[in-house]
Design a protein around this ligand. Structure first.
Ligand code: GLY
Ligand code: MN
Length: 443
């Protein structure tokens, strides 16, 4: 499935409908980045650009204008047979307008003169202050060039505005088409996590689990991971964004896998935690069940009108109560919650917006107040507990256990839909599911 051009055209139209007349919007794709010497990182366009064009080539710039009408201009790399033989095909200027449904295509080499002509007589220029701030210098140069033509009657823009509040607000609320893509990203991610669980007992190293997980993503048609996969066994799971994935998987540890596939530019984001040898120890099972209870309590709160922070409060309530019962915290429940005593074991939020970016764009608060859920918002729900051995005050049976359980949900009229269905989640479900796949490790 590729998304129809109309999806991107409508996004452009919706954006421009919200801007005043005489506005110009500049959205760059970003360029290739060197990894080392002459090796580049795999290119992936900036999400704002992809949301408005569906175009995947680097060194492209979208310019939208709202003068008498709305016009779309796209600057792209020119055709270059020699470069294309080495680096891959380019769409080229000649085909870009028709293929991508924009009004005019330009060669990226004409950017300066092209943008100068497009900025003439406009009043406001919009660009992303979070992603394109390095364009402000060029913008000032273009504006000062235009100001030199004042005696010829040329007007230059007199406002530079942040595009983020308008465009990112659009991206927070997902359309049906976007939810379908997120559902597919989630479904592929689920298949990858099942492959990881299947392989773990016969894997000696974290990277072997990563290989099975990501092979499944690729097999299912995902072009790339949505973020670097985390395969963290034992104490590595207490490092929240551990991505080395090089350690040996010791017998009896838990393995935390936080990974997601990308689909049509949309991200899946799942965390599963399961025992390397298919069976939880009593301490692991107790902490795991506590995190799962917190996650389920958090998911149950999600429906339109509920404030965003209620989700976190729900998981904090369950986790603190459980930590108290298990003896990892001491004191009164109310006081511990007020003091945020859980933070030494649960140091992140309960989730984040999810979309084209894994930590998707959009405000969490408005006028300093947590915003309320609306139909079409998509978020992750991912409480965790991380008990590193540095916590010498707690019984050593809890040490080096890191657990996170993460699912992706979309807010619906009646509550929420879990996009990442299909994974065994309770201790019993996981042990039962893993049993047929328990193998012996290759030495
Ligand atoms: N899955 C990575 C994160 O949410 O930080
Ligand atoms: Mn996440």
């Amino acid at each position: 499935m590729t998304l129809p051009l109309s999806f991107y055209q409508e996004n452009r139209q919706k954006l421009m409908a919200q801007l005043p007349d005489n506005s110009v919007v500049i959205v760059p794709s970003g360029g290739e980045k060197i990894r080392n010497r002459d090796v580049e990182f795999l290119f992936r366009p900036e999400s704002d650009f992809f949301y408005l064009t569906g175009f995947g080539e680097p060194d492209s710039v979208l310019v939208l204008m709202k003068m008498d009408d709305v016009e779309s201009h796209l600057f792209v790399r020119p055709k270059d047979p020699k470069q294309e033989t080495w680096q891959g095909r380019r769409l080229g200027v000649e085909c870009a307008a028709e293929t991508l449904g924009v009004n005019h295509a330009w060669c990226i080499d004409e950017l300066d003169e092209g943008i100068l002509s497009l900025l003439e007589n406009s009043a406001s220029v919009y660009l992303s202050f979070s992603q394109s701030s390095d364009w402000v210098i060029s913008l000032y140069e273009w504006i000062s060039e235009l100001k030199k033509k004042i005696r010829q009657g040329v007007e230059a823009p007199h406002q530079i505005c942040d595009l983020d509040p308008v465009l990112h607000e659009m991206r927070v609320i997902k359309s049906e088409v976007e939810i379908k893509c997120l559902r597919q990203a989630a479904a592929i991610s689920v298949q990858g996590h099942l492959a990881a669980m299947k392989s773990v007992s016969s894997s000696s190293f974290e990277y072997q689990v990563q290989a099975e997980l990501e092979a499944e993503f690729v097999r299912q048609g995902s072009p790339r991971v949505a973020f670097n996969s985390i395969i963290a066994s034992g104490k590595n799971a207490c490092v929240l964004h551990y991505t080395e994935n090089r350690s040996a998987i010791e017998p009896g540890v838990l393995v935390l896998v936080d990974a997601g596939a990308e689909w049509q530019g949309y991200a899946g984001d799942i965390t599963s935690t399961f025992p390397a040898n298919g069976v939880f120890s009593p301490a692991q099972a107790q902490l795991y069940t506590l995190v799962l209870n917190a996650q389920q309590a958090a998911i149950r709160t999600i429906k339109p009108g509920v404030s965003y922070d209620v989700v976190h409060q729900a998981s904090v309530q369950v986790l603190t109560q459980g930590l108290l019962e298990l003896g990892l915290l001491k004191g009164s429940l109310e006081q511990l919650i007020e003091d945020e005593a859980f933070k030494c074991f649960f140091m992140h939020g309960t989730g984040h917006w999810l979309g084209m970016d894994v930590h998707d764009v959009g405000q969490y608060k408005k006028q300093q107040k947590w915003r309320s859920f609306e139909v079409g918002m998509v978020l992750t729900v991912e409480p965790g507990l991380y008990i590193s051995a540095e916590h010498s005050q707690v019984d050593s049976k809890w040490h080096n256990i890191g657990i996170r359980i993460e699912d992706d949900v979309v807010v619906t009229e009646s509550g929420c839909e879990i996009l990442t269905k299909g994974l065994p989640r309770t201790v019993n479900e996981i042990e039962t599911w893993m049993r047929p796949f328990l193998g012996t490790k290759a030495s």
